[in-house]
Structures are given as structure tokens and as C-alpha cells.
Design a protein around this ligand. Structure first.
Ligand SMILES: NC(=O)c1ccc[n+]([C@@H]2O[C@H](COP(=O)([O-])OP(=O)(O)OC[C@H]3O[C@@H](n4cnc5c(N)ncnc54)[C@H](OP(=O)(O)O)[C@@H]3O)[C@@H](O)[C@H]2O)c1
Length: 277
């Protein structure tokens, strides 16, 4: 991976941070995206402490709104003449319904619309840098999602557990269409469930929060969660693998719920419109 430019959204914490470290260990030039400057700088410093040779550049960027995602894409285009790997990792588990400035439910924005937008907005740069790869960090829970295009983007069907699954389902629904558009371009896109990992995802206050904290202690580490996404981003044997879904390192068929071509086409159209693409 020497001198390959790898962009990781949500690179300041959890699985994203572990991916930044693993890619830097492979001598990649890593662009760590963090929505918070101080959290981003702290992550860079901590990684450099254990890996002094690490080539990491911090880009402050928020994928929480349409405008800020456009701004992040523009910053990346301005600062990165080449992009070989884009890992859409930033994600949230919204336990309360919150709408962003666009009137979109936050989970829909961060987990689905932002990666969809970045994939489109950075596509030409990725093609010009080919061979290049996009890795969407998905979640196996997408199979429990339910997508209603009149409701889900706006949180009208918000549910503290199902919404996370539904927003991840949106992302998997678009995968075959994105892969088809990239076919023969030298750019591939694949999705991966990283495992069940002890991070701050979905952290809650109160007794349930404390209980979850205890339960999470038995889950795998962020470093273990980084293994499969980094493998998808780097493994030579996957250079032509496109449009596939992986449960950690095992390729599995996309579930029936995400194989609704009509819904996917409608979601594509809506996402293009909502993302002002
Ligand atoms: N943990 C698991 O068991 C698990 C399982 C399946 C899938 N996943 C997926 O793995 C990915 C990483 O999650 P994680 O477990 O590592 O969670 P995490 O520790 O909470 O990290 C999430 C990252 O996303 C960033 N982020 C959230 N909203 C953002 C925004 N608006 N703009 C920019 N960055 C934003 C966070 O930044 P801040 O630090 O500023 O909040 C953080 O860096 C997610 O897509 C998640 O859905 C995780």
C-alpha cells in the first residue's frame, strides 16, 4: 500500500481509527476524516505515538448534512490529487429521532445518504486513480430493516432499533446499482459487516447504557473490527471483486430484502435528489 491514498470517514474513533492505524502500518498515506478537530488531532497523535512513521493527514469533515458532505467532498478533491481507497465508515446508531438541517433523519443522512453522495462526488477522482476501491462499512443488521421512501428519510417511521437497520439497508440496496455503474472503470465497491465490536456506537445513558457497557466488554476489539474492511481495501486477490457483501471476510449473498430492484431504483433517484447531485 506504499503511497496509496486511503480516505477513512469517522477515522478518529472505534473501527475507523483502528483502520487508519492498520493502513498506516501498511505504509499507505491515510486521510483521517473527523468531524471534530480536537478528536481528530488526538487520534493522529496517538497513532503516531505507536507508529512514528505513519503518514496521516487530518481532514475535518462532517457527514451530518447535505451541505457539509458536499463541502467535505470538495475539500478532498482540493487536497488529494489521487484517491485509491475510500472507506465509508462514519456511522451512528440513533436512539432518538433527530432531524438535521435538511429535515432528514440523522441516521439516514450519516449511514446512507453521505456515503452515497461521497461515492458519486469522488467517483471521477477514484477512476482517475484506478485501480481504486470503495468499501462501505455496513452492518449485518440491515436484514432487519424496513424502508419506506415516504417515511424513512424523514424519520416518520423512527424506531430506536429498527432505524439503524433500515438506514444500513438503504446503503445495501444501492450497492448493486453502484457496482454496475463502476463496472470496467477500475474502481470497485463492496460492503462489509465488520463483526460485533466494542465501540461507542449507540452509547446510551441510564441503566440500559450501563448494562450495554458491561455486555460490550465481551465483544471484539476495534482492531479486530478493522481486519475485514482493511482486507477489502487492500487484498490483491480482491482487485476485481465488485458489488459483493462480506460478513467479515466471508462473502455472502445480499439478502432478499436488499434485492428489490424497483425499490433500489426509487431510492437511487430520491438519494440523488436529496443529495443535490
Ligand atoms: N460496532 C459494531 O459492532 C458495528 C457493527 C456493524 C457495523 N458497524 C459500523 O461500523 C462503523 C464504525 O462504527 P464504530 O462501531 O466504530 O462506532 P464509533 O466508535 O461510534 O465510531 C463512529 C465514527 O463515525 C463518526 N461520525 C459519526 N457521525 C459523523 C458525522 N456526522 N460526520 C463525521 N463523522 C461522523 C464518529 O465521530 P465522533 O467520534 O465525532 O462521534 C466516529 O469517528 C459504522 O458505520 C457502524 O455502523 C459497527
Amino acid at each position: 500500500m506504499k503511497d496509496r491514498v486511503c480516505v477513512v470517514t469517522g477515522g478518529n474513533a472505534g473501527i475507523g481509527r483502528a483502520m487508519v492505524q492498520a493502513l498506516a502500518q501498511q505504509q499507505a498515506q491515510v486521510v483521517l476524516i473527523s468531524r471534530d478537530k480536537v478528536r481528530g488531532e488526538t487520534a493522529v497523535q496517538e497513532i503516531r505515538h505507536s507508529l512514528p512513521q505513519a503518514q496521516i493527514e487530518l481532514v475535518v469533515g462532517d457527514v451530518g448534512s447535505v451541505a457539509s458532505t458536499h463541502q467535505l467532498a470538495q475539500t478532498l478533491l482540493d487536497r488529494c490529487p489521487q484517491i485509491h481507497v475510500l472507506i465509508n465508515n462514519a456511522g451512528i446508531w440513533p436512539t432518538k429521532k433527530r432531524l438535521n438541517v435538511d429535515g432528514l433523519e440523522e441516521g439516514f443522512m450519516v449511514n446512507h445518504l453521505a456515503p452515497f453522495m461521497l461515492n458519486q462526488l469522488l467517483q471521477e477522482r477514484l477512476k482517475a486513480s484506478a485501480p481504486a476501491r470503495i468499501v462501505n462499512v455496513s452492518a449485518g443488521l440491515y436484514v432487519n430493516g424496513r424502508v419506506d421512501l415516504q417515511k424513512t428519510p424523514y424519520g416518520h417511521d423512527f424506531h430506536p432499533i429498527r432505524t439503524y437497520a433500515s438506514t444500513k439497508l438503504c446503503n445495501v440496496l444501492c450497492l448493486p446499482l453502484e457496482a454496475a455503474r463502476l463496472a470496467d472503470s477500475g474502481v470497485t465497491i463492496n460492503a462489509v459487516h465488520p463483526g460485533v465490536i466494542n465501540t461507542k456506537l449507540g452509547t446510551m445513558r441510564g441503566p440500559l447504557g450501563w448494562l450495554m457497557k458491561l455486555v460490550k466488554r465481551s465483544w471484539a476489539t476495534p482492531e479486530q473490527g478493522a481486519i475485514a474492511p482493511v482486507w477489502l481495501a487492500t487484498a490483491p486477490e480482491l482487485v476485481n471483486t465488485n458489488g459483493r457483501y462480506f460478513n467479515e471476510k466471508e462473502e455472502i449473498p445480499i439478502g432478499e430484502i436488499a434485492s428489490n430492484a424497483e425499490l433500489a431504483a426509487q431510492l437511487w433517484q430520491l438519494s440523488t435528489q436529496l443529495g443535490k447531485l
